[in-house]
Design a binder for this molecule. Structure first.
Ligand code: PLP
Length: 498
């Protein structure tokens, strides 16, 4: 490989780097008797050496650094991905979860040797219970959707214990796709509740759907339009009157943190996305944590183990009396729990509500700057996010929300969530979060308005965007449905004779 080739390696695979002579591992000399693996495995060891890359440590470091810089993350630039809460992850959280006392523990260690880790989990349970306004918490679930599943299974166990077989779960039409999916996973039938003209639950429609076969209502408040449901107390009262329970999708907790509590709104169960609200790097599939908080009535059914604190101050794992069992191995995604605990303790009781204040202020500020260039379908004060419609831009200039999203990449901005929620035509859902400066918000608004102007003046510029990224427009359906991520050695190449 020539020097110039080596210097423009964006598309180079690790397998194409290095040579047979290079290596970055030097195993220590063996101090045990040698055995023949081939003999031990009955002659089944491969006859050719595996075609593994041979690179030096520095080439390895540069290769992954190059790949990382082709990606976009919260540390690269503004990332206003609505509903997903992509906010800055304070470095102190990383420091804490890498402390050897936390990162070096083994899940099979005796409890007496991990009292600090258990105390942290217990403390987090207590903090989340206070934030949720619900007394009992399990830290087991590994994601938001997993929390939904856990919460609904807990509700089902409660109804079953009461001899009350119920079949349906009501879900608004603005809900995150995981909500109806969770309902189906739990063996319930999902029934859609329409939204009213203010973007909240249509109370009349909800009342007409409630009945003795409804197990629960799953709500997101504030919902995925970024709107707080003004009728929430009436809604939860109606749900309880019908003998059903109220489940809150707490993925949007960022908006109300320390301001109001789902428990006070009448919810019986709530999952919290620690990776969104309490700052763990997420995206691309994890890691996450989706603790579930419930009322006293549901507490005996929660999955365990839950950390308890005995009178003498010892921390210990325990299983709730009628537990639905484990939903995850060991103690959950412990590293994410350490980050969340650190995040909350670093902000303190006065800092936590400021998260909500800043997030809501930022969203309303951007909403006002952008509302005239798009359509604002629900003209209300929003919470942490707001949804615009690109319907007019499509009709007048043939430019779709997808084109706008792709064009944002050329300006170094990650696109907002698009085409969700589905009740808004050409939806664009913007969540700035509390961690962005006014200067960043102003630049984003300026770029969005410039793109609106481009849409009117040179629509093809948008149709063909992005122009500056390592890859242009992908066939997204094919990329999802038939990804080909495997490297295959060319016949004869790489695979050396032993
Ligand atoms: C992100 C999100 C979920 C799912 O959470 P995961 O951790 O991605 O499984 C559920 N509901 C809403 C509203 C969300 O934004």
């Amino acid at each position: 490989m020539s020097v110039s080739e080596r210097e423009s390696l964006t598309g180079t695979l690790i397998f194409e780097l290095g040579s047979d002579e290079s290596s970055c591992v030097e195993p220590p000399a063996s101090d045990v008797p040698e055995v023949s693996l081939d003999a031990a495995l009955g002659g089944r060891v491969r006859k050719k050496r595996a075609a593994l890359p041979h690179v030096t440590e520095v080439d390895l470091a540069r290769h992954y650094e190059r790949l990382a810089s082709a990606n976009f993350g919260v540390d690269s630039g503004f990332y206003p991905l609505g509903s997903c809460t992509m906010k800055y992850n304070p470095r102190v959280d990383e420091w804490a979860c890498h402390l050897p006392g936390f990162s070096g523990t083994h899940p099979y260690q005796p409890e007496a040797t991990v009292q600090g880790a258990l105390e942290l989990m217990w403390g987090l349970q207590e903090l989340l219970a206070e934030i949720a306004g619900l007394p009992a918490v399990t830290l087991q679930p590994a994601a938001g959707a997993h929390g939904e599943l856990t919460g609904l299974l807990t509700i089902r166990a409660y109804h079953t214990a009461n001899g009350d077989a119920r079949k349906r779960v009501l879900v608004p039409d603005s809900a995150h796709g995981t909500n109806p999916a969770t309902v189906a996973m739990c063996g319930y039938e999902a029934v859609q509740v329409p939204s009213d003209e203010r973007g909240g639950v249509d109370l009349g429609a909800l009342r007409s759907l409630l009945g003795s076969d409804v197990a629960a209502v799953m709500l997101t408040n504030p919902n995925t339009l970024g709107l707080f449901d003004e009728n929430i107390l009436e809604i939860t009262a109606a749900v309880h009157e019908a003998g059903a329970l109220a489940y809150c999708d707490g993925a949007n907790l960022n908006a109300i943190l320390g301001k109001t509590r789902p428990g006070d709104m009448g919810f019986d169960a709530l999952h919290i996305n620690l990776h969104k609200t309490f700052a763990t790097p997420h995206g691309g599939g994890g890691p996450g944590a989706g603790p579930v908080a419930v009322t006293d009535a549901l507490a005996p059914f929660l999955p365990g183990p839950i950390v308890g604190c005995s009178a003498d101050g010892a921390f210990t794992f325990k299983m709730p009396e009628h537990s639905i069992g484990r939903v995850r191995s060991f103690a959950g995604n412990f590293g994410v729990l350490v980050r969340a605990y650190t995040y909350i303790r670093a902000l303190g009781a006065s800092g936590v509500p400021e998260v909500a204040e800043q997030a809501v202020l930022s969203a309303n500020y951007l909403k006002e700057l952008l509302r005239d260039a798009w359509i604002l379908p629900y003209d209300r004060i929003c919470k942490h996010e707001f949804v615009l419609s690109g319907g007019r831009m499509r009709k007048e200039h043939g430019v779709r929300t997808l084109d706008v999203a792709k064009r944002l990449l050329d300006y170094g901005i990650h696109p907002p969530t698009i085409y969700f929620p589905m009740i808004v035509d050409e939806a664009i859902m913007i969540e700035p979060t509390e961690t962005e400066s006014k200067a960043t918000l102003d630049r984003f608004a300026e770029v969005m308005l410039r793109i609106a102007q481009e849409a009117a003046e040179q629509p093809d510029l948008l149709h063909e965007a992005p122009h500056s990224t390592p890859v242009r427009r992908l066939d997204e359906a094919a990329a999802v449905k038939s990804p080909d991520l495997a490297w295959r050695p060319q016949e004869g190449a790489g695979a050396l004779e032993r």
